[in-house]
Ligand binder design. Sequence first.
Ligand code: PEP
Length: 248
Amino acid sequence: MRTLLIAGNWKMNGSKALLDAFASAFAPPALADRVEVAMIVPFPYLDAARRAFESTPLKLGAQTLNPEASGAHTGEVSASMLGECGVTYVLVGHSERRALYGETDADVLARAKTALENDLTPILCVGETLEEREAGRTMDVVLAQVEAVLSPLAPTARQRLVIAYEPVWAIGTGRTATPEQAQEVMAGIRGYLARLDTTLAEGMVLLYGGSMNAGNAAELLAKPDIDGGLVGGASLKTDDFLAICQSA
Ligand code: PEP
């Protein structure tokens, strides 16, 4: 049975006070055994988060990384730095990075490779825009994004990824994909994985992201191919986020 993962993505939000509020809300944790929870916080909060979350089950995530090991990359952060701060997960290919910072599939692959080489777990984000959905291209777009990262990786490396399906039109809009819409695409992703390797498909943790909240999480998480959530807005509120984690 796959582990369920709920990952909160603070984006460029939050504060040290919010870290402390989460540390209190998750100690004691009151989570089911097979549920893992990660908080993906802005870089400046990583070290403080590690200390604040010490006596909670919360794992730490970062929102991106530079694919190079070190050097003249002002403003960037390397995988080894993230490792030193206690990071477990790192987002690669979030739609905001693709749209606002021009990250291509090749950039996403480079970041995923560097993360894996440094024992970080990449959460590969994929998803279609509204225009692509309305043109009937959802599955083609999503599978092309998955394939661009998975096919160049060695089979053992592929197994260490998490994939988040995040329809771009549902991110931060309050417009959630229906559980059926999400399940359809995520079953398609798992079907693609099964064509590569059935063990890979059975083991891969697939997250849904896009306006997940305390009111819709249980229905989404009940779907057979949804193994957790990537949660933006609702991860900034302790009660909502805890309720999502408890509905998993
Ligand atoms: C996200 O940032 O990945 C996300 C899913 O955001 P929201 O939950 O706010 O839609």
